[in-house]
Every structure is written in structure tokens, then in C-alpha cells.
Design a protein around this ligand. Structure first.
Ligand code: G3I
Length: 361
């Protein structure tokens, strides 16, 4: 056989040419038809298709469901490469009494994520809501500043080295771009400087974690997102540490802002990362097939926007399944906002997200 090949160089060249041709046809077919033709059902998973683009696809996770619902854990493990504790890292849970810390519920999520090689977003250190009541009773700004720094040092210290991005400050602006003061003890007692003080304390506590400002209704270019844009610009100019802005993206079907991508892009141009941190797209329930298709198109717009911005490195949906979404509790008659339905079945939106990520790579 070997002898035969040595005498027939033309034959060898022909075989090589055939191999190259087959490879070229395969690559061409993959780029044109990245999804196998099976009635719109995307093959692959959210995490794998996002990984092909160098991105993480995460979900907000509740420790109670993680330990109490095997199907929930299985879906998380199969489909997602990132987690954000939905409530477990918030101040009311982590420091319910002054100086008394409880990280047990968050530890459940963190150790699960670590054992499944998932990235972890820490959510959230300084927020007026889900705050331990005792914090509101602190009398002076200087004492509150110490309390805030101490909270950041302890919580970030506990999770040091394990958190990819931290939401350092959450929801500090009003819709008109002014600072949120109502019910916000940090703004009332410390004033505007509480945000930069929080970021400085966070950098000291875990220098390797990336630091985010996170807010809602900032998905398009509007007064609120512009105020945050100006804050980041100012922080960068003055050397206040900030690495990222999170766009929560709690949206209503057919109301994704037309300038969603442009908005992400202008923040990225400031030299920071941008992340879609709490994505869900809610609808009136019960939903029709047409509603599900509209929702899929909306999700696709968000994914395409993130893919178009190189510094958009994470898309996190605010829950694994419609079954446990926060939406119905807060918006009566609305829901079905996520990628998996009540029975953990992939919705049209999920298939289209996977298909879009796959083509986007
Ligand atoms: O802690 C009590 C528990 O003791 C009680 O048994 C249970 C009964 O319903 O309620 C528990 O409190 C709930 C809490 O989450 C902790 O699980 C509240 O009822 C519930 O309203 C609360 O909702 C959370 C909400 O933040 C509160 O602000 C949602 O789960 C959570 O998804 C939501 O997440 C926020 C982000 O952190 C920031 N951006 C907006 C987003 C949606 O509101």
C-alpha cells in the first residue's frame, strides 16, 4: 500500500484536494446554516452558544429552589454559565443586625456555581431596598459611611476571589436623572459622595473583582441613563474605580428601546464593560403563540445588541423559569417573561437566543 502511494504522487494530491474541498463545504454550510433544520428548535444550550462568542449567559438564582427543585438545578446546570443570587447577598440577609453577618444562603449558590464552573455576579452591596431596617436608624452621615464601608469590607471579604463582577451600588438615580433620595438613607445622610465612597471601599476589599453600577429603565438613551453615563465619565476622569455598568433590562414586550445597542455602545466607549444583568421581557397572561414570537424577536434584539458591542460580556436573565419569576407578584396579570416556561420547556425566545448566539459567533 505504502509502496503504491510512493509511486502515485498524483493520487495523494487528489485525496488531499478532496479533503480540503470537503472541509471548505463543511465550513461554508456551518456559516450559512448554523442551526440544524429541525422546525426552529435550536440545538445546543444557552451557555455553549454564548461561549462561542466569548460571553457568559447567566440566570438569577434562588437558593431555596436550587436545593428544593431538582429540575431547576438541572436546567441551571445544563443551560447557564453564570449565576446571580436573586436575594441572598442583599443587606437584609447578609447583615440583618449590626455587625452580625449571615452568608449561609449565598454560600449555597456560590459553592454550587463554583462546582459547575459558573461565573458569579455579586448582587448587591449598597441599595436602599431590601436593606436591614437598623441601617435606616443611623443618625449621622459619618457613622453611616463607616457602617457602609464595614458592610462592603465584610461581604466582599467573605467572598473574596470568588466573584466575577459585583453590583456595588444599585438603583441610585430617579427617572429624571436626579439622585434617588426617597427612602434612600445613603443619599439622605451621606449625600452624592456615597456612590464613589462605595466603589473605593469595594476596590480595597477585593482588588480582583470587577465593579459595576447597576440600574433599571436605563436600557435606552434617556435622562436617567445619561445621568449615569455622566457619573461614569466623571469617575473615569477623577480615577474613582468603576469597571462596568449593568443594564437590568426588565422590559415589556414590544417596548425594547430602539437605541438599546447605541446606549450600550456609548457606555462601552467610556472604557468600561457593559452587562445585561436582569433581563426579562414580560407580557400579559395568558399568552398566545404570537405573543411568544414577539417576545422571541425582542430577546433577539437584546442579544444582537450585546453581540455588536465587544465590551458586552454577559447576558443574565432574571430567573431560570417563569415558574418562579418575580413578575406576577409585582405586576398583576403579567408574566411569562423568561426563557423557560413553568414546565422548564424552552420557549421560542430561548431557541431564537441560542440560534442568534450561534450565528453571532
Ligand atoms: O423574606 C421573605 C420571607 O420571609 C417570606 O416567607 C416570603 C413570602 O413571600 O417573602 C420573603 O421576601 C421576599 C423577598 O423577595 C425575598 O425572597 C419578598 O416577598 C419579595 O417581594 C422579594 O422580591 C424580590 C425583589 O427584588 C425585592 O425588591 C425579588 O425576589 C427579586 O427578584 C427582586 O430583584 C430585584 C433586583 O434585586 C434589583 N432590580 C430589580 C429586581 C426586581 O424587582
Amino acid at each position: 500500500m505504502f509502496h503504491y502511494f510512493r509511486r502515485k504522487p498524483v493520487f495523494i494530491i487528489a485525496i488531499l484536494a478532496l479533503c480540503i474541498l470537503l472541509l471548505a463545504v463543511f465550513i461554508f454550510r456551518q456559516s450559512i446554516f448554523p442551526q440544524s433544520a429541525n422546525n426552529g428548535q435550536a440545538t445546543g444550550t444557552l451557555s455553549a452558544s454564548a461561549a462561542r462568542t466569548g460571553r457568559i449567559f447567566g440566570a438569577a438564582v434562588a437558593s431555596s429552589h436550587l436545593t428544593g427543585d431538582q429540575q431547576y438545578a438541572n436546567t441551571l446546570d445544563t443551560e447557564f454559565s453564570g449565576v446571580t443570587p436573586e436575594n441572598e447577598m442583599k443587606w437584609e440577609t447578609t447583615e440583618p443586625e449590626r455587625g452580625s453577618f449571615n452568608f449561609a444562603p449565598a454560600d449555597i449558590i456560590v459553592s454550587h456555581a463554583q462546582s459547575h464552573n459558573m461565573k458569579i455576579r455579586g448582587h448587591t452591596l449598597v441599595w436602599y431596598s431590601q436593606l436591614a431596617p437598623w441601617v435606616n436608624d443611623i443618625a449621622t452621615g459619618s457613622e453611616l459611611l463607616q457602617v457602609m464601608k464595614n458592610h462592603i469590607a465584610n461581604e466582599m471579604g467573605h467572598f473574596k476571589g470568588k466573584i466575577w463582577y459585583w453590583d456595588v451600588v444599585n438603583e441610585a438615580f430617579n427617572d429624571d436623572g436626579s439622585r434617588r433620595s426617597t427612602n434612600n438613607v445613603f443619599q439622605q445622610k451621606i449625600g452624592d459622595s456615597y456612590i464613589e465612597e462605595a466603589f473605593k471601599a469595594a476596590r480595597l476589599a477585593d482588588p480582583n473583582a470587577k465593579l459595576c453600577y447597576n440600574d433599571y429603565d436605563t436600557d435606552g438613551i434617556n435622562e436617567k441613563s445619561t445621568a449615569i453615563y455622566n457619573m461614569v465619565k466623571d469617575f473615569k476622569a477623577r480615577g474613582v474605580p468603576i469597571d462596568c455598568v449593568g443594564f437590568q433590562s426588565h422590559m415589556i414586550v414590544d417596548q425594547v428601546p430602539p437605541d438599546y445597542q447605541e446606549n450600550l455602545q456609548r457606555f462601552a466607549a467610556l472604557g468600561i464593560d457593559v452587562q445585561v444583568t436582569e433581563l426579562d421581557i414580560r407580557m400579559s397572561t395568558p399568552v398566545s403563540d404570537a405573543d411568544l414570537q414577539s417576545q422571541a424577536d425582542n430577546y433577539q434584539r437584546v442579544v444582537k445588541a450585546c453581540l455588536a458591542v465587544s465590551h458586552c460580556n454577559d447576558i443574565t436573565v432574571w430567573g431560570v423559569t417563569d415558574k418562579y419569576s418575580w413578575i406576577p407578584q409585582y405586576f398583576s396579570g403579567q408574566g411569562a417573561a423568561l426563557l423557560f416556561d413553568d414546565n422548564y420547556k424552552k420557549k421560542a425566545a430561548c431557541n431564537l437566543v441560542i440560534q442568534t448566539l450561534t450565528s453571532g459567533s
